[in-house]
Design a protein around this ligand. Structure first.
Ligand code: UD1
Ligand code: CA
Length: 509
């Protein structure tokens, strides 16, 4: 036998109790499909072969794995009918069993697709115990062993076999040491033992656990104790939420140990692989997703959702901002309620304030857009002031066009920039301007109509409207009185009034 490690991951089941159209292992734990966890563990242990036994929604499951790990990361075998865990592992024999001419003659590690909380530390211990003469298994002391296979030991304390809940005697059911279903042992032995198992049990299935009984007779069985939390399988949505919470707390704790302040770890939504620099602070309800990287000294306040972004150092993101596929330079200040859409690149010390939306916008150092603006398909230079209510009109109904605003430009409030358009360096745009032609450097652009002031207008208007209202009331009373003359029920009075034409008002001045 050599030192080679191969892994078989069982994930053929549908997971009926999830009550879902989506296969169980595709449901996410801390933002990632559950199946990524065992595959990640196998990779972390340096497994040379990773064979996934798939059945239900095999294409989708394979797709989820290759999306993360690449197309050559795994091999797939199909188990068309789920006839038990032993039958499932046996499907990998044509790929791995030495007898079938395959080359693998090392250790075989067996993992489950629906056990996401298992740690690499536990698996390293498991592998260290396994050898040509030893099958190592993960066990746990369960407060509530219901549903698990029980570990039966002999008087000398050696593992004899595993008995499934449904096959237990009353005495066996009281055993609290349970089988996690995770094993590591010599490939050759395991595949040979699988050939001999029979569905001679309460569920009529081919039990993988029968291999343990044979190992207890022919080899040694060693155990690694893990917490029940770690070995927890996800079978329904309640367990899914438990696993999700535990995984997120683990990730949050890791960040805290790296020097990040987490205001409310229970309400931090993190995915594996997210990095946050020391002395950054994360508020309640923050979600960091995908390939997001946050620098040091940042303050990210409540409810901020960041997906696939690179955020520099000392960035302050005020509550409820949404950022996707964007880059934020150091010292920038965003929000509250700013929306950075894909392709936004902010250089250092940029301010993007409330209700400002950016998309494919490059904003230079020190520039500010503090209120109510849309900046799309725009290149904005350094030290530009974008006034409140500025809109880049980037779309003509057919295609998108570019707006270029050079360094030092001042854009007055309520400006529309009809792209394609260029505003030259240090130009000034008057408030309320619609810029539809290029503005030369240093120029003022203004497209306002001349203001007219009508003296005494307000008092006259008030007088006229008051008079109109009084006349309205008098006419209304007269109509009502005449209706009462020839109807008898209240309902008819009502209908009559609705049908009455109101006197026409003068149009407002
Ligand atoms: C199994 C163990 C039990 C252990 C428990 C731990 C057996 C006989 N029993 O029981 O001792 O305490 O795990 O969680 O092994 N699968 C397939 N194809 C199949 C059957 C199962 O791919 O034909 C996959 C399932 O999708 C699942 C995993 O194997 O991911 C475990 O199967 P499951 O039916 O949940 O095993 P348990 O009955 O829970
Ligand atoms: Ca199970």
């Amino acid at each position: 036998m050599n030192n080679d490690l191969a892994t078989v991951i069982l994930a053929a089941g549908l997971g009926t109790r999830m009550k879902s159209r989506r296969g169980k292992v595709l449901h996410s734990v801390a933002g990632r499909p559950m199946i990524e966890y065992p595959v990640g563990l196998a990779k972390a242990l340096g497994a040379t072969r990773v064979v996934c036994v798939l059945g239900h929604q095999s294409d989708e499951v394979r797709g989820a794995i290759t999306k993360r790990f690449g197309t050559s990361a795994i091999e797939v075998v199909l188990q068309k009918e789920q006839r038990g865990t032993g039958h499932a592992v046996a499907q990998a024999a044509p790929l791995l069993a030495p007898k079938s001419g395959a080359t693998h003659d090392g250790l075989l590690l067996i993992l489950y697709g629906d056990v996401p909380l298992l740690t690499v530390q536990t698996l390293e211990k498991l592998r260290a115990l396994a050898n040509e003469k030893t099958l190592a298994i993960v066990t746990s002391q369960a407060a509530n062993p219901k549903g698990y296979g029980r570990i039966v030991r002999n008087a000398a304390g050696r593992v004899e076999r595993v008995v499934e809940e449904k096959d237990c005697s009353d005495a066996q059911r009281k055993i609290t040491e349970v089988n996690a279903g995770i094993y590591c042992g010599p490939s050759k032995f395991i595949f040979a033992a699988l050939e001999a198992i029979t569905p001679n049990n309460a569920q009529g299935e081919l039990y993988l656990t029968d291999v343990i009984e044979r190992a207890a007779r022919e080899l040694n069985v060693a155990t690694v104790d893990a917490s029940t939390e770690e070995m927890m399988g996800v079978n329904d949505r309640v367990e899914l939420s438990k696993a999700d919470r535990i995984m997120r707390l683990r990730l949050a704790e890791h960040l805290m140990r790296e020097g990040v302040t987490v205001r409310d770890p229970e309400r931090l939504y993190l995915e594996p692989g997210i990095t946050v620099g020391a002395d950054s602070e994360l508020g309640p309800g923050v979600e960091l997703r995908g390939a997001t990287v946050i620098g040091s000294g940042c303050k990210i306040e409540a409810g901020v959702i960041i997906t696939d972004c690179k955020v520099g150092d000392d960035v302050h993101i005020k509550p409820y901002c949404v950022l996707s596929e964007s880059t934020v330079g150091s010292g920038s200040i965003l929000g509250p309620w700013a929306h950075l859409r894909p392709g936004t690149v902010l250089e250092s010390e940029v301010h993007i304030g409330n209700f400002v939306e950016t998309k494919k916008a490059h904003v230079g150092r020190g520039s500010k857009a503090n209120h109510l603006s849309y900046l799309g398909d725009a290149t904005i230079g350094a030290m530009v002031n974008v006034g409140c209510g500025t809109i880049t009109c980037n779309y003509d109904g057919f295609s998108k066009h570019q707006t270029v605003i050079e360094d030092g430009v001042f854009i007055g409030s309520d400006t529309q920039l009809v792209a394609p358009v260029r505003v030259g360096r240090d130009a000034v745009i008057g408030a309320g301007t619609t810029v539809y032609e290029d503005v030369p450097a240093g120029a003022l652009a203004i497209t306002r109509t001349k203001q007219v002031n009508k003296e005494g207008y307000s008092a006259k208007r008030r007088e006229r409207l008051t008079r109109d209202r009084q006349q309205d009331k008098q006419r209304g009373a007269a109509v009502l009185a005449s209706e009462f003359d020839h109807v008898d029920t209240k309902a008819e009075v009502h209908t009559g009034l609705q049908a009455t034409k109101r006197p026409k008002k003068d149009p407002p001045g």
